[in-house]
Design a protein around this ligand. Structure first.
Ligand SMILES: Cc1ncc(COP(=O)(O)O)c(C=O)c1O
Length: 381
């Protein structure tokens, strides 16, 4: 007999994996308020502190005045506004690409791109730790899915050899991995994709605004922008807004406009989100010191935690504990001492690899990190 939803929830509960929504009573900045209590927040993707930036908020408010609160319809049915086009032009310029296309979310962008570009008879080659939205797009596409070992270009090459008979191959990797905070070897991946006649796609959700001379992302930092075919990103993390995007050749974005179901059958991105992202890009270009400070602090926290040296250090620092109960206990200890960094458990991470995931923002200070460290050390005593 099939289990009822109540029975399934009970099993989730018994495994210590039940999740519940917790309502924040303040803006989730470097501090966050729950149940009337203030916490130091290490769980936000607002890496550059732009979601609350006065210029970003003013731009959003002006867009609401001018264009209204919502997109009102699909882009193809009258929901395409000047502010969408302005943002797409700016994103293409920011990412040094020919063309860009925005989506209501990064999740939708990934599902839309992958499921539209490849189909049955094609293959997709995935890093094992790619984001869930990429996996969902890959499954929906009907293409054969190959998996290579995490961030391992030798394993990628082995898979590319096995996949040689497929005329259309798409290699996909996150550039910064969302739960581990490590970075993909982009130059090697791009070169291998070229060598084996595959398209390459990267998800720069956690890299946009954080890496690169102009803040464009890890591809810019690694000097491989010209070698990657498709770049996806989100407006919802360092840009402090909401929405997703892709960048690439004009024929790619034109094709998605014509055939990408997650793009076609959804209301356009809200004008305020577009205007906020436009202003955020201006600030990212004008104030490189935000990302410098962010990454300096990430290095500081990694060193305090005794993390191994890494080529590129991102603002996500994973503190792997392992078992569910030990991780939940540590998260509770942090909570009791005014630190918010919830336990990350399966299915978000593999079994036995539960962790605390600290994400930093440029609003944090060294003193905040020292506070976090003193609480962590207390949990060991
Ligand atoms: C690597 C990665 N890709 C895509 C997404 C989805 O982006 P969004 O939050 O804009 O839907 C996320 C966000 O959780 C992510 O971490």
């Amino acid at each position: 007999m099939k289990k009822t939803l109540a029975e399934k929830l009970c099993a989730i509960d018994n495994a210590g994996l039940r999740r519940a929504l917790k309502t924040a009573e303040s803006f989730p900045g470097k501090e966050i308020c729950f149940d009337g209590k203030q916490f130091l927040n290490f769980s936000s993707n607002n890496y550059l502190g732009l979601a609350m930036h006065p210029r970003v908020r003013r731009a959003a408010a002006r867009a609401v005045e001018e264009f209204g609160a919502g997109g009102t319809s699909s882009r193809l049915l009258g929901g395409s506004l000047a502010v969408h086009q302005e943002l797409e032009k700016k994103l293409a310029d920011f990412k040094h690409a020919e063309s860009a296309l925005v989506f209501p979310s990064g999740y939708q962008a990934n599902v839309g791109i992958v499921s539209t570009l490849i189909g049955s008879g094609d293959c997709v080659i995935m890093d094992q730790l790619n984001h869930a939205s990429l996996w969902d797009g890959a499954k929906l596409s009907g293409a054969r899915i190959f998996v290579y070992r995490h961030a391992d270009s030798n394993s990628l090459e082995t898979v590319l050899k096995r996949a040689e008979k497929y005329a259309r191959k798409l290699v996909i990797t996150d550039s910064v991995f969302s739960m581990d905070g490590d970075c993909a070897p982009l130059a090697e991946i791009a070169a291998l994709a070229r060598q084996y006649g595959a398209w390459s796609m990267i998800d720069e959700a956690h890299a946009t605004g954080v890496f690169g001379k102009t803040g464009a992302g890890l591809a810019e930092e690694c000097g491989v922008e010209g070698m990657i075919d498709i770049v996806m990103g989100t407006l919802s993390k360092a840009l402090g807004s909401q929405g997703g995007f892709i960048c690439g050749p004009r024929e790619l974005t034109d094709y998605i406009v014509n055939r990408g179901r997650p793009f076609i059958y959804s209301t356009s991105l809200a004008p305020a989100a577009c205007a906020a992202a436009l202003e955020a890009i201006n600030i990212i270009r004008e104030e490189p010191e935000r990302r410098t400070k962010l990454l300096d602090m990430a290095r500081y926290l990694r060193q305090k935690l005794g993390a191994p040296p890494a080529g590129f250090v991102s603002p996500i620092i994973a503190h792997i504990i392992g078992p569910v109960d030990a991780t939940t206990r540590t998260a509770q200890h942090l909570w009791d001492n005014g630190i918010y960094a919830p336990a990350i458990r399966p299915p978000t991470v593999p079994e036995g690899e539960c962790r605390l995931r600290f994400s930093l923002t440029s609003d944090h200070s060294i003193a905040d990190i020292d506070t976090l460290m003193s609480v962590i050390l207390l949990s060991h005593s």
